[in-house]
Design a protein around this ligand. Structure first.
Ligand code: SAM
Ligand code: SF4
Length: 328
């Protein structure tokens, strides 16, 4: 699958649910309305779509959400996709908030998962509860260490928020180094209505990196995980730190991915509205050939890139849909 700008599309992110057991302040509002179950694809429908993408050249799939591990029986999806590793699929990964990871880490590893991204924005228990509105840090930490014990490589994802967790990045680099985790800092993106002002939260990672350089020796590497992060090694710890900078550095020229939501909508770009409705196609009785043709037609409409802006007057986000819908 090659898009109109010559980019091979080899990476599919699949959101398996819009539901979550946390309410991170930058991601959701406290009283989120979730979708009716009938609108959500069954695990069999999700698997069928993933199989079509693999048939057409997708070699990496990341399962995300919402919180993917709160979906009932989600491990069966990992198991069935795992059988395709080495048979079209090179890698199956997951992004999770870690709360259910202690329960699922061994099963994920047995299914063929080797790397997990776990979101952890702070090491401070009270701050964790404030940032997630009610989460307990112990559950996520238990999940992280269970993942490591099960043989999964862990990358910690932290959204950088001005005045909230920016004083902790040195501690987080040291902690990740101590435990053998990579760390990835992410700029906040204006996706979906939350309560409050997003322009107040935004912290450019170019500033963060210059600050970190006062303490740490950072050397840029060629390391890539298929996503948009730019990685540096931290000489003092031997671990890596990645930066995802959708706002300060647009990475669209090397974009290799599309996103499938839990309702079967394929978004060609995280920051644009171009989409295709695969639930309608599936439920109308599409054959495999119909699915393949519909996927290729959708890829032919992948836009060149995104341009996130916040309407400063109305304070409305660039896009109405939340990250938990499209899948991070
Ligand atoms: N629940 C899982 C988790 O938190 O890892 C998976 C879904 S979550 C939407 C995926 C990633 O998106 C997380 O690392 C989260 O921090 C990030 N995220 C959510 N909203 C964001 C926003 N507005 N800007 C930047 N990153 C965001
Ligand atoms: Fe849930 Fe992940 Fe969004 Fe936090 S970032 S509210 S854990 S989906």
């Amino acid at each position: 699958m090659i898009d109109p700008f010559g980019r091979p599309i080899t990476y599919l992110r699949v959101s398996v649910t819009d539901r979550c057991d946390l309410r991170c302040v930058y991601c959701m509002s406290e009283d989120m309305t979730f979708l009716p179950k009938a609108e959500i694809l069954s695990l069999e429908e999700l698997e069928r779509l993933c199989a079509a993408f693999i048939r057409l050249g997708t070699n990496k799939i990341r399962i995300t959400g919402g919180e993917p591990l709160v979906r009932k029986d989600v491990i069966s999806l990992f198991r069935s996709l795992g059988t395709r590793i080495g048979n079209g699929l090179d890698e199956l990964t997951v992004t999770t908030n870690g709360t259910q990871l202690a329960r699922h880490a061994a099963d994920l590893h047995a299914a063929g998962v080797r790397r997990v991204n776990v979101s952890l924005d702070t090491l401070d228990p009270a701050r964790f509860t404030a940032m997630t509105r009610w989460g307990k840090i112990e559950k996520t930490l238990d999940g992280i260490f269970a993942a490591r014990a099960a043989g999964l490589a862990v990358r910690i994802n932290a959204v950088a928020m001005k005045g909230v967790n920016e004083d902790e990045f040195d501690d987080m680099i040291a902690w990740c180094g101590e435990h053998g985790f990579d760390l990835c800092l992410i700029e906040t993106m204006p996706l979906g209505d939350i309560e409050g002002d997003r322009t107040d939260q935004y912290l450019p990672l170019s500033t963060v990196r210059s600050r970190l350089r006062q303490t740490w020796t950072l050397t840029e590497t060629e390391y890539k995980t298929g996503g948009p992060a730019r990685y540096f090694t931290v000489a003092q710890t031997g671990s890596r730190i990645g930066f995802i900078t959708p706002m300060t550095h647009n990475f669209c020229e090397s974009c290799n991915r599309v996103r499938l939501t839990c309702t079967g909508t394929l978004y060609m770009c995280l920051g644009q509205d171009d989409q295709a409705d695969f639930r309608r196609i599936l439920r109308a009785g599409a054959t495999d050939a119909d699915l393949d043709a519909a996927i290729l037609a959708a890829i032919a409409h992948k836009p060149q890139g995104h341009d996130f802006v916040i309407d400063r007057r109305s304070q409305k986000p660039a896009l109405a849909r939340h990250m938990s819908v499209t899948g991070g």
